[in-house]
Design a protein around this ligand. Structure first.
Ligand code: HEM
Length: 373
């Protein structure tokens, strides 16, 4: 794949290129109405992965646990109950992304004109076809019904089927197109959020001194007033914590054609004093520094120094949902468990670099100890 890495000074121009030239954007979702579902599904999947009751301490593979939780939460928001817990669909939701990236790296050594002849023979192509078949089996008839009956049962549903059916126009009003778009959204949503949440969990284990102030904040806001978007937005220390974790662990997203050196920007001392230091409340302090800064430096904010979610017209449209989900999962873990690395380990594992992709170590286990037994 040819790659152009641009200097950040081209950002203003890049952000003003007409959107259709570079990418296609899906609509924003109403995050607020999704909070009860995100909460219920976080509870369901974490309880499944980390059984408590008689067992009060359990060590689990961190990435896999978070991946299953985020996939479960995302599926709930996308396809609702009971379909979101269908194991066949969940396997596709998790593995579709892996197979897309596997296929792209398998095809990369071939010259572009040969790739379409090679692709049909590769095992990952066959697996991708199988994922499309599973998604069609699970959801084809629902999409067909929602398209055919715009005023039917779906009218009251708060799910991805209905948002997509409502916004599809012309040739997009086809079950096949909607299934593929849904798989694309699954790809954009699950592994990105899983990586950020896993990094934040590693940072909690590596910096346990932040657990109590974060818990206090959660106690004063969410536990007192219940889970709502307003309450999650009040978790300013937690917001700063996950943003700092993301700053030092930038998601390398494979498949980017025009790139910015986002990782180097995030560690440039001209942008962030003492950039190698994990200062969980760095962004919180910036928000408190003056009245004009209060709404800046948030996890979802993007800017020249802050490109984890892209910037300008091309900023990630899913980031408001992603932020609510990541903060909810981390807050839930903080309320319910003490977390640590196993044994004497105090330092987080090094990230894995594969081509342009950067991800947390998938072999790392984390010990969860129930707090209220
Ligand atoms: C921590 C989690 C996430 C990160 C770090 C992230 C990051 C990004 C980045 C860097 C881009 C590329 C922007 C560009 O074109 O320059 C992007 C695009 C996109 N993201 Fe996210 N994302 C996350 C979560 C999500 C979620 C949860 C969803 C869906 C619910 C989502 C949906 C999308 C879509 C649809 C695009 C393509 C937008 C376009 O082509 O214009 N993302 N994301």
């Amino acid at each position: 794949m040819e790659r152009i890495v641009l200097s950040p000074r081209y950002l203003p121009e890049l952000s003003s290129v007409p959107e259709e030239v570079l990418s296609l954007r899906e609509g924003m979702v109403q995050v607020s109405s999704l909070i009860p579902q995100i909460h219920e599904e976080t509870e369901f999947w974490l309880a499944r992965a980390i059984p408590d009751g008689s067992i009060s301490t359990v060590a689990v593979g961190a990435y896999e646990t978070i991946l299953r939780t985020i996939a479960g939460v995302t599926s709930r928001v996308f396809v609702g109950l009971p379909r979101c817990r269908d194991e066949k669909w969940l396997d596709t939701a998790v593995n579709y992304t892996m197979d897309v990236f596997r296929l792209s790296s398998e095809l990369r050594p071939y010259p572009p004109f040969l790739r379409r002849f090679v692709a049909p023979w590769l095992a990952s192509t066959k697996r991708l076809q199988e994922h499309v078949r599973v998604a069609s089996d699970c959801f084809g008839s629902i999409f067909a019904q929602r398209l055919a009956e715009p005023d039917g049962e779906g009218k009251r549903a708060n799910d991805m089927f209905q948002w997509m059916a409502d916004s599809a126009k012309g040739a997009d009003r086809s079950t096949d197109v909607l299934i593929r778009k849904m798989l694309f959204l699954t790809l954009a949503a699950i592994h990105t959020s899983t990586m950020s949440t896993t990094h934040a969990l590693f940072d909690l284990c590596a910096h346990p001194e932040y657990m109590e102030p974060l818990r206090r904040e959660i106690g004063e806001t969410v536990e007192a007033n219940g889970w709502s978007l307003a309450a999650i937005n009040e978790l300013k220390l937690l917001d700063s914590f996950v943003k700092e974790s993301q700053r030092l662990n930038h998601p390398g997203l494979p498949g980017t054609f025009i790139s910015m050196p986002t990782n180097a920007i995030a560690r440039d001392p001209d942008n962030y004093p003492d950039p190698e230091q994990f200062d969980a409340f760095r962004f919180y302090k910036q928000r408190q520094s003056s009245e004009s800064e209060v709404n800046r430096h948030q996890f979802v904010s993007t800017g020249r120094k802050n490109l984890a979610f892209g910037h300008g017209k091309f900023a990630c449209p899913g980031r408001f949902y992603a932020a609510a989900q990541i903060k909810m999962v981390i807050a839930y873990i903080l309320v319910k468990y003490d977390v640590s690395f196993p044994g004497q380990q105090t330092v987080r594992p090094a990230n894995n670099f594969f081509g342009e992709s950067i991800s947390p170590d998938r072999r790392q286990t984390v010990v969860f100890k129930s707090r209220r037994e």
